[in-house]
Design a protein around this ligand. Sequence first.
Ligand SMILES: NC(=O)c1ccc[n+]([C@@H]2O[C@H](COP(=O)([O-])OP(=O)(O)OC[C@H]3O[C@@H](n4cnc5c(N)ncnc54)[C@H](OP(=O)(O)O)[C@@H]3O)[C@@H](O)[C@H]2O)c1
Length: 242
Amino acid sequence: MNIAKKTVLITGANRGIGLALVNEALRRGAKRVYAGTRGALENADKRVTPLTLDVTSVSQIRRAADEIGALDVLINNAGIALYDDLSDSEVLERSLAVNLFGPFNVTRAFLPLLKRSKGAIVNNLSLAALAPLPIIPAYSISKAAAFNMTQSLRAFLAGHGVTVHAVFLGPIDTDMTRGFEIPKASPESAAIGVFDGLEKGEEDIFPDPASRSVADGWRTGVAKALEREFAAFAPESAANPE
Ligand SMILES: NC(=O)c1ccc[n+]([C@@H]2O[C@H](COP(=O)([O-])OP(=O)(O)OC[C@H]3O[C@@H](n4cnc5c(N)ncnc54)[C@H](OP(=O)(O)O)[C@@H]3O)[C@@H](O)[C@H]2O)c1
């Protein structure tokens, strides 16, 4: 999908990759960018509409959905990464609340609009969805679960003309990776990679050098083959919130 003249909603849009996605969507000629944030947001571009949206708040999600009349692309970007060792279930619960139930509830709220536009859902996941990073295991679990959800939604929504994309981000230079001394890509280059992948119609998007190094192996691997095989079992009535 080409982003020009499209209406896009991005969660976690005030900093990091979310902010870079807002700017890249504008650069590519988006008609309207809804910038979902927890705090106040200022953007000089008149095509940006700030939206109060904590993805863990059912009431804020409902209000945001009521405010928006049409939507072509939903980018579930908001996320948290907490250092842990799986000794505290509360860390896992918080990770799941933001990284799994956040995109789950936001997606369900906007699904009627996305079905109408035959739009796209883009879920910002992580290489840690494919293999756990043991310094952030709760995060890894939440991203693996969000990836599995992405795959089910992809199967459910194929018949509705809505495409569902997984973005496997590698290390990107944002607050989230502050103090983690490894090579990182810029958020701006990652945002370009996300929209390039969307334009090419890639269901699994590998937007940075670290993620691109596993792209071919993933696309030709047994897990991808099984996903395609299992997708045939999706009931036609699935993913219908109305
Ligand atoms: N950076 C990386 O290396 C990397 C790698 C793989 C995947 N990712 C994924 O990419 C996405 C963006 O990451 P980032 O690096 O840009 O992180 P970041 O710089 O830490 O920014 C996180 C964003 O998510 C928002 N957020 C957190 N909790 C939220 C909630 N409950 N409701 C709404 N917004 C919330 C934050 O808003 P506040 O400012 O209000 O806190 C902020 O805008 C995340 O899903 C992350 O898991 C990042």
